[in-house]
Structures are given as structure tokens and as C-alpha cells.
Ligand binder design. Structure first.
Ligand SMILES: *[C@@H]1O[C@H](CO)[C@@H](O)[C@H](O)[C@H]1NC(C)=O
Ligand SMILES: *[C@@H]1O[C@H](CO)[C@@H](O)[C@H](O)[C@H]1NC(C)=O
Ligand SMILES: *[C@@H]1O[C@H](CO)[C@@H](O)[C@H](O)[C@H]1NC(C)=O
Length: 535
């Protein structure tokens, strides 16, 4: 505890006093099993692992032999398991994903291609998971290690199967799951009237047609996700030897550490076991290296623009790259562009191509004027915490939604990377740099985001330790999990009450009718006969 206490007490006294009083001494060193997913997801998990190791816990990370980003580290034990594919296959899948973004195919062909690609890639990763679970020796050695808890990224629920197999309490570390699986598995209410579905490009304020769109997505998204997720249900059923669905796999998690923040995301209900740690990736800042400091120094009063489309996009079609290079040449700022493809022939003097850039450190420099980003969640948080207005070129997945969120808050401009021209990019850059409102809005978001009682990294570490100490957190689990769907919506109660009301109404009606016939039956006839007499 002492590291957390010392480092964050200077920030705000109360929450850490609470932490220090409630937490036991550092003597309880535990064993944590980590099952990450390759890619940027892993990189933001690293900080948590490092902190846990510094606090005396033993961390074991397991990963497929074919991994790109997951490597040996000094602060954890790496154990790799054999899989039926190679590093090249994983690299190829990433490269192809980046390349497919720029395919100018008709819509239907794109859908079919995307579907086939998702199917191919996910079956490759599934085969890796299956190899792990069927590796009796490896699984037995995990069992003998007697871990206290498991930290995993549930984007692919392989870790969730291992958690159930080893009966370990699980902590999830994620941004969000596709098709609202996270909401379903946590039983988190998400009314379609004001919680926009991912990929809908809706905001939290929707008109009638947008709400129709939201509903249609909600009704169809499960079908789209089945191709990726249901094979994990079958695999788990085989391994655990009981019938399990993907929801059954995900829902036992003790804590969901979610890289969300209401400064970025729209306000919505959350559950007791959801902890928001958005911005966890932009804490550690380092001084710039000589090379980059020299670029920044040389940029003069105009400052710099940081440009990265993320690690997935290694190449852009030549025509597009030249358009981009032309637009960049028309602004007075120095542009630092992370790009590994061929150098566009018309690249202007103010644009510097680099294979890699210290994105967060550059954005943190006072001379950063704008950030051109594919609006992946990591980049968006770095833009927010450093207060740099953004020009966003979303490519796939949740990036469209991230861009929409920043755009509706007046902190950036979104461009369609396929349709934009050099003029569009130039105008967008000049707008976010010269129009003061963008800088003001992002600075306001930044100060709201950073005004918090405890740093997201400390919060994440606290909850992992909490789950290790208490062997889970069942008291945070709502009873909703144990209800059937009709009980959850109280349909049985409504039906029962309705039946009573209807019965009472029926009885009252019948007895009235009976009474009426008794009382008025004679009179009616009298009246009638009376009436007929008058005629
Ligand atoms: C992996 O790549 C090799 C060649 O690069 C190919 O022959 C093989 O079929 C690929 N395997 C999978 C599982 O995609
Ligand atoms: C950049 O400028 C700062 C302040 O003027 C100076 O201290 C630093 O040495 C310069 N760095 C480089 C690499 O020129
Ligand atoms: C700056 O941008 C905002 C939001 O797009 C717009 O309303 C405003 O008119 C712009 N100001 C100038 C001076 O162009």
C-alpha cells in the first residue's frame, strides 16, 4: 500500500487515507496470473503489472508463442505456450486489417470481405486458445501455481475460460466489448433511448429516426457477434464439461476495469463492479529525446502537429499519401508524422516522417498545436489529458464513435479518410489550430478529466489487490444474474397483478350485470311496455 499512499496523498488526502486505513500492510504478497491480448490493449495493461510487481506481488503472464507486442519483461514472468500459427500470420492479419481500410470496394463487397476476414482471424486466435486449454501439462502447471486472481482482457474470452477452469476470481481490463456483451454480462441497464449503440454514430441525444437506428442495431448486433464469440462458448462447454454460453463465461468477473471516463463517454448507468480507469495510458511522461526535442525547438512560434494513424496502418495508397502530404505542406507548423510506408514524393520541408514517435510526450509539449489521429481510444485519451485539439480520421471499430464524442464536444474535427481531399485536411487543421474554441473546449475536457481523487493507475492496482485479498467480490454482484428474463422485467408479477385486476373487473362486471338484470330487468320491461303504450 505504501507506494500508493505516498504518491497520491500529495494529490488528495481523503481517498488515500481511506485506502491506507482499509488496506492491510504490504506483507500480503500474492500471485497474479495475467492473460492479455496482443496489440495496444496489452501496452496499457503493462503499467498495472509493473505497479503490482513493485508492491511485492508475483506476476505470471501467459501468451501464445506467436505474439508481436507481448514480450519478456523484467517485472513479470513470461510463459509462452505453443500455437498452430506463426508470428508472420499474426503480423499479416494486422497489416491486412490496416490495408483493407483503404480498399475502395462497393459496400456489399466490403461487408463480405470484412466478414470473411473477421472469421479467418478469429478462428486463428480461437485455435490458439484451444491449444492452450488442451495443453494438459501447461494447464496442470498453472493449477499447481495456486494463483490468487487472474487479470485478463476479455476482448477474446480465453482468459475467462481459464479463470473458470482454475476457479480463480477474475479482474477484467478492457475498453468495451463488441455488441454490448459487456453490458449484457454485467446486467448493466442501458436504455436504448439515450445510450447510443456502438457503431451507430449516434450521440446521447437522439431524434426519432436515430432511436429507430439504435433499436435496429440492438436487435441485430448479437447475430453479427456470434461468428466471433459463440465458438468460445462451445470450447468452454467442452473444457468445463457443462453447458456455458459466452455470457456465462464473462459474467462471473469480480471487477470490470473499464478504460472509460464520462469526459469522453456519454453519461449512462454503470454497475457496482465497474471501475472507470480511462486515461490510465497517459500518466507516465518522459522528457523528449534529443532527436525530437530538436524538431520541436526548430518549429519556432508555430509549434508542431503530431500525426499518427496507429500501429495498424503501415501503408497508405500512394495517391492518398500524396494528398495528405500536400495538405501538411500548406500549414506553417512542423508536422511529425509516424509513417512506415514509402515516402510521398511531394513531401514538404515542414513534414518529418518517423518510424515511431513518443506520442504522449510530444502531445504534452506546450508547442503541440494539433493532433491528427485515427481516434483509437488510447490516442483520444492522450489528446484529452494533454489538451490538444484533434483532427480525427477514424478507420474501423470504435474509432468512429470516439471521433463522434470528441466532435460533439467541440474538441476536434472528423474527416472521412477515404473521401477527404487535400483542401479538407488543410481546412480542418487550420480550423482546430486557429479557431480558439477548439483549444478552449479540449482544455476544459482536460481539466475535468484530470480533476479526480485518485489516479486511474492507482485505482486499477487497488482493485486488483482487493480481489486478490478477498478472493473475489461477490458482494458487488447484483442478484439480477440469478433471474430469468421474465423475472428481471417483472413480467410474471405484472401478469399476476393484471390477472387479479382483470378477475376483479370481470367479477364486478358480471355481478353488476347480474344485479342490473335483477334490479332493472322488471323496470326495463315496464318501461318498454310503457313506451310501447304511448305509441
Ligand atoms: C501462416 O503463414 C504461412 C505462410 O506465411 C501459411 O502457409 C500458413 O497457412 C499460415 N497459417 C495460418 C494458420 O494462417
Ligand atoms: C531546446 O530548447 C531548450 C530551451 O531553449 C534548450 O534547453 C534545449 O537544449 C534545446 N534542445 C535541443 C536539442 O536543441
Ligand atoms: C469556431 O468554431 C466554432 C464551432 O465550429 C464556430 O461556431 C465559430 O463560428 C468558429 N469561429 C470562427 C471565428 O470561425
Amino acid at each position: 500500500m505504501s507506494v500508493v499512499c505516498r504518491s497520491s496523498c500529495s494529490l488528495l488526502l481523503l481517498p488515500c487515507l481511506l485506502l491506507c486505513v482499509l488496506g492491510p500492510s504490504a506483507s500480503h504478497a500474492g500471485k497474479l496470473l495475467v492473460i492479455p491480448i496482443d496489440g495496444s490493449h496489452w501496452l496499457s495493461m503493462l503499467g498495472v503489472i509493473q505497479q503490482l510487481q513493485q508492491k511485492g506481488h508475483e506476476v505470471v503472464v501467459i501468451a501464445p508463442e506467436a505474439s508481436i507486442h507481448i514480450k519478456e519483461g523484467s517485472f513479470y514472468t513470461m510463459r509462452k505456450y505453443p500455437v498452430p500459427f506463426q508470428n508472420e500470420n499474426v503480423t499479416a492479419a494486422f497489416v491486412e486489417l490496416g490495408r483493407s481500410v483503404f480498399d475502395q470496394d462497393p459496400f456489399l463487397l466490403r461487408v463480405v470481405k470484412t466478414y470473411n476476414k473477421v472469421k479467418r482471424d478469429s478462428s486463428m486466435l480461437l485455435s490458439g486458445c484451444s491449444h492452450l486449454l488442451h495443453n494438459a501439462e501447461f494447464m496442470a502447471s498453472l493449477e499447481q501455481s495456486h494463483f490468487d486472481a487472474l487479470l485478463t482482457d476479455p476482448f477474446l474470452p480465453c482468459g475467462s475460460i481459464v479463470a473458470q477452469y482454475l476457479s480463480l476470481p477474475a479482474v477484467y481490463f478492457l475498453n468495451a466489448l463488441p455488441c454490448s456483451l459487456d453490458l449484457e454480462a454485467t446486467q448493466c441497464p442501458a436504455p436504448l433511448s439515450y445510450v447510443p449503440k456502438s457503431l451507430s454514430s449516434n450521440t446521447d441525444r437522439m431524434n426519432f429516426l436515430q432511436r429507430v437506428k439504435n433499436m435496429i442495431i440492438a436487435l441485430t448486433e448479437n447475430f453479427l457477434c456470434r461468428v466471433v464469440y459463440s465458438p468460445y462458448g462451445s470450447l468452454a462447454t467442452e473444457i468445463l464439461q457443462k453447458e456455458v454460453t459466452v455470457k456465462d463465461l464473462l459474467s462471473p468477473a469480480s471487477i470490470w476495469l473499464m478504460r472509460n471516463d464520462f469526459v469522453k463517454d456519454y453519461p449512462r448507468p454503470i454497475m457496482p463492479n465497474m471501475v472507470f480507469i480511462g486515461g490510465i495510458n497517459c500518466l507516465q511522461k518522459k522528457a523528449l529525446s534529443q532527436e525530437f526535442e530538436a524538431y520541436v525547438n526548430a518549429s519556432g512560434e508555430h509549434g508542431i502537429v503530431v500525426f499518427s494513424l496507429g500501429s495498424m496502418v503501415s501503408e497508405i495508397p500512394e495517391k492518398k499519401a500524396m494528398e495528405i502530404a500536400e495538405a501538411l505542406g500548406r500549414i506553417p507548423q512542423t508536422v511529425l508524422w509516424r509513417y512506415t510506408g514509402t515516402r510521398p514524393s511531394n513531401l514538404a520541408k515542414n513534414t518529418i516522417l518517423v518510424k515511431w514517435l513518443p506520442q504522449n510526450d510530444l502531445l504534452g509539449h506546450p508547442k503541440a498545436r494539433a493532433f491528427i489521429t485515427h481516434s483509437g481510444s488510447h490516442g483520444i485519451y492522450e489528446g484529452i489529458c494533454n489538451g490538444v485539439p484533434m483532427v480525427m480520421m477514424p478507420l474501423f471499430g470504435d474509432q468512429m464513435d470516439n471521433a463522434k464524442r470528441m466532435e460533439t464536444r467541440g474538441a476536434g474535427v472528423t474527416l472521412n479518410v477515404l473521401e477527404m481531399t487535400a483542401d479538407d485536411l488543410e481546412n480542418a487543421l487550420k480550423t482546430v489550430i486557429n479557431n480558439k474554441s477548439y483549444k478552449e473546449n479540449i482544455m476544459r475536457l482536460s481539466s475535468l478529466h484530470k480533476d479526480r481523487p485518485i489516479e486511474p493507475l492507482d485505482l486499477a492496482v487497488f482493485w486488483v489487490e482487493y480481489v486478490m485479498r478477498h478472493k473475489g467480490a461477490p458482494h458487488l454482484r447484483p442478484a439480477a444474474h440469478d433471474l430469468t428474463w421474465y423475472q428481471y422485467h417483472s413480467l410474471d408479477v405484472i401478469g399476476f397483478l393484471l390477472a387479479i385486476v382483470l378477475t376483479v373487473v370481470f367479477i364486478v362486471y358480471k355481478s353488476c350485470a347480474y344485479g342490473c338484470r335483477k334490479c332493472f330487468g322488471g323496470k326495463g320491461r315496464v318501461k318498454k311496455s310503457h313506451k310501447s303504450k304511448t305509441h
